[in-house]
Write a protein that binds this ligand. Structure first.
Ligand SMILES: C[S@@+](CC[C@H](N)C(=O)[O-])C[C@H]1O[C@@H](n2cnc3c(N)ncnc32)[C@H](O)[C@@H]1O
Length: 239
């Protein structure tokens, strides 16, 4: 299957209207708050000599960090505009970016054939995917890690909806970065909490470790509090 035209256009227009500035996407946190602690959770289960693929990499901020911890990092994203952001930011560095729809089974299989069993990093992709597309996104994780790779997946939980509702109900309305998310019709934390682990297991993945965390955002409430969205992380192997 492939994602719907509406969904594809929503992401394309979101990324076209987002500047290259650091932190311009609300989730574009510094890697010290994201890919760094996430790598620390993955590395007890994974060898650094293997390629890591960042699924739904956006502007590639986390991918560039992953390239400092693993032999090679490849970022893939549905949106052409996101991949262009990521390539500009990489500025010739040792990372590679490719446009790819995770629900395109043939494209994911071809990527696996090209890279071999790889580690996977996936931050905040399933929670907002269209319900019909979610199983294929989970299956892409399983395909890319094969038997030898390991995956780190972190997704928003339902507690994020309350935080976002509070942020949207601020006296001045939501901040500009959150407003842009809603304006393009994106649906953060849409997936029910129990669905994500179920999808991962149904895709043939075994959970090696899991836990709760938050994903710090780059926007603050009027009182200066940073918006931190509740999330759950999983380290996974092929079952
Ligand atoms: C919330 S953003 C997170 C971006 C990045 N992972 C990060 O943490 O900075 C979700 C990203 O997933 C991408 N995405 C959504 N559905 C996808 C799909 N089916 N295939 C590939 N990328 C997808 C979007 O274009 C967007 O860049």
């Amino acid at each position: 299957m492939n994602v719907s035209e509406n969904y594809r256009n929503a992401w394309e227009s979101y990324w076209r209207e987002t500047s290259d500035g650091r932190g311009e996407a609300i989730w574009d946190a510094d890697p010290s708050l994201s890919a760094a602690p996430h790598s620390d959770l993955l590395l007890p289960h994974a060898d650094t000599g293997r390629t890591i693929v960042d699924l739904g990499c956006g502007n590639g901020t986390q991918t560039r960090y992953l390239a400092t911890r693993f032999a090679r990092a490849v970022g893939v994203d549905l949106s052409h505009a996101a991949v262009e952001h990521a390539r500009r930011a990489a500025n010739g560095g040792p990372v590679e970016f490719q446009q790819l729809d995770l629900t395109d089974t043939d494209a994911v299989r071809a990527l696996h054939q090209r890279l071999g069993d790889s580690h996977v990093y996936m931050r905040a992709v399933i929670h907002q995917s269209e319900p019909a597309a979610r199983p294929a996104v989970a299956a892409a994780v399983a395909e890319l890690i094969g038997t030898e790779g390991r995956a780190f997946v972190v997704e928003l939980t339902s507690g994020s909806r309350d935080v976002l509702r509070r942020a949207a109900a601020e006296p001045g309305g939501p901040g500009p970065k959150l407003q842009r998310v809603f304006h393009h019709g994106l649906k953060p934390a849409d997936a029910p909490d129990e669905e994500i682990p179920q999808l991962l297991v149904k895709a043939g993945l075994a959970v090696l470790a899991e836990g709760e965390t938050t994903l710090p955002q780059t926007e603050h409430l009027a009182d200066g509090t940073r918006i931190d969205l509740p999330a759950r992380w999983f380290v996974l192997a092929g079952a």
